[in-house]
Design a protein around this ligand. Structure first.
Ligand code: BG6
Length: 479
């Protein structure tokens, strides 16, 4: 049988810390399973779960089991090593287990470590990995060690810097993979492809032609028993600081010199750095926050909590390309339906030769949920006598245009991690720049205590968010 290119990848062992948690069970194991089904994993590949519970390999397999045909073959790749993050002996046991696994295969392997834990454990795990010698690669066979971390990366700029300092004392930047799973989504990737692979867009992609840009990530789901976590973050830290900022970076960045990791990361970092720092007076006009009715009754939520479950903001990117173009960002929970989209609203053409006042502005939208695709609203002539304008949509619906099942974000990101491709992972400075802006917003909220409007679950959010747009004679875009 012919080997697929992926089967020729270096032997790899992936250790998941916090292997019995929701992330591991709900996202990581299913994504790895699908990679196995697609035959994209290296031929020699093992998953080693690490967590406190005293499971045998077999018990752990049944904990993470997926009912599917191929499960038995996949389960053979899964092992378990119980342990405590702060216990050196447990890490020595893990190291011995990996060595045994590798010597059975007569081959040393890349050793990858997934931190699927609370960020407060990151320093302890990093220290233990270092001390146990697990971070050493194999120079003879050119095997590497890498770590992947989940957000939140700090709670503000000082804590993000502190975390980075800790990580950098154990790992080099090329070993660190910081996940923002939005970067693994198909349509998000397409933002760059469409912009830079088609010559028609670049001339229009600036303040001369674009009136404003909207980035929306609206969710139907609530906080899913994550009250304690959400009380610390709120919508701004949970979603805006990372996913929305990365979407903004992709839509607004300058063309990278090439497709190398550093060129792409440099351009993303530059645009986030260029976000104009708002004053309190700016934010008074440009920020709307809300909380869904019933939030205060969720487990682990303070009965008088002011935590925002919805936030909308207007900001500016202070560079030559975007000077004066407003970017409207919004995110919220318990809303009418899930809707994630980046839309580019073009200026009306002038002069209006049709003089009908009915000219509809062109909108180019990249829809991420629910209908993955790219849509362009244009005005066309209504068929028949005379000239009447009619809005029509040119669409590239992903599922109708391309056959087959698309990889889910975690599948793509895990595969990149296994292959050692860092392009879709964020660099420390991108995160720090976005905290700089978010810290200003949080400071304003703490200081001035603006109204947190209670909104009805199942609505589109607080009225103040609608007013934010109305003041600018605009409205939120809904597909
Ligand atoms: C996570 C947030 O990063 O993204 C959650 O912490 C949010 O609050 C989730 O629900 C949304 O991800 P997706 O892929 O379902 O849009």
């Amino acid at each position: 049988m012919k080997q697929s290119a992926k089967e020729l990848l270096d032997p790899t062992n992936l250790v998941i810390f916090g292997a019995t948690g929701d992330l591991s069970r709900g996202r990581l194991i299913p994504a790895l399973y699908r990679l196995h089904e697609r035959k994209l994993l290296p031929r020699s590949f093992h998953i080693i779960g690490f967590a406190r519970s005293e499971f045998s390999h077999e018990e752990f397999r049944s904990q993470v089991k997926i009912s599917s045909e191929e499960w038995q073959a996949f389960a053979k790749k899964i092992f378990y090593s119980p342990g405590n993050f702060g216990n050196d002996r447990d890490f020595t046991k893990l190291a011995n287990f990996l060595t045994k696994l590798e010597s059975k295969k007569h081959n040393c392997a890349n050793r990858l470590f997934y931190f699927a834990t609370l960020p407060s454990h990151y320093p302890t795990i990093s220290h233990a990995l270092d001390k146990s010698g697990l971070l050493k690669g194999c120079a003879i066979h050119k095997r590497q060690t890498r770590v992947v971390l989940e957000k939140p990366f700090g709670a503000d700029l000082p804590s993000a810097r502190k975390l980075d300092k800790t990580l950098n004392s154990y790992f080099s930047e090329d070993q660190i993979y910081r996940i923002d799973h939005y970067l693994g989504k198909e349509t998000v990737q397409n933002l760059l492809t469409v912009r830079f692979a088609n010559s028609i867009f670049e001339p229009l992609w600036n303040k001369n032609f674009i009136d404003h840009i909207q980035i929306s990530a609206l969710e139907e789901r609530g906080i899913d028993r994550r009250g304690a976590f959400y009380e610390q973050t709120g919508a701004i830290r949970d979603f805006m600081q990372n996913h929305l900022m990365q979407l903004l970076a992709h839509i607004a960045m300058e063309p990278p010199q090439d497709l190398s990791t550093e060129s792409i990361r440099d351009e993303r970092a530059k645009v986030i750095k260029a976000i104009k720092m708002p004053t309190a007076a700016d934010l008074k006009e440009a920020l709307a926050i809300g909380q869904f009715e019933g939030y205060r009754k969720e487990p682990d939520v303070h009965p008088r909590s002011r935590t925002e479950t919805y936030a909308a903001v207007k900001l500016f990117v202070d560079n030559e390309r975007w000077m004066g173009v407003p970017f409207y960002l919004r995110t919220g929970k318990k809303l009418k339906s899930k809707f994630t989209e980046v839309s580019i609203h073009f200026k009306k053409s002038s002069p209006d030769i049709f003089q009908m006042n009915s000219e509809i502005p062109n909108v180019l939208s990249f829809e991420i949920h629910p209908n993955e695709g790219i849509f362009l609203n244009i005005s066309a002539k209504d068929p028949g006598f005379g000239i009447r304008l009619h809005p029509v949509t040119m669409e590239l619906g992903y599922h109708s245009a391309f056959q087959g099942e698309f990889p889910e974000a975690y599948e793509r990101l895990l595969l990149d991690f296994i292959e050692g491709d860092q392009r879709l992972f964020t660099r420390g400075d991108e995160i720090e720049h976005s905290w700089k802006y978010i810290d200003e917003v949080e400071k304003y909220i703490t200081k001035t205590m603006p109204r947190v409007e209670i909104y009805r679950p199942g609505s589109w959010g607080p009225n103040t968010a609608e007013q934010l747009m109305k003041k600018d004679k605009k409205q939120w875009h809904i597909a």
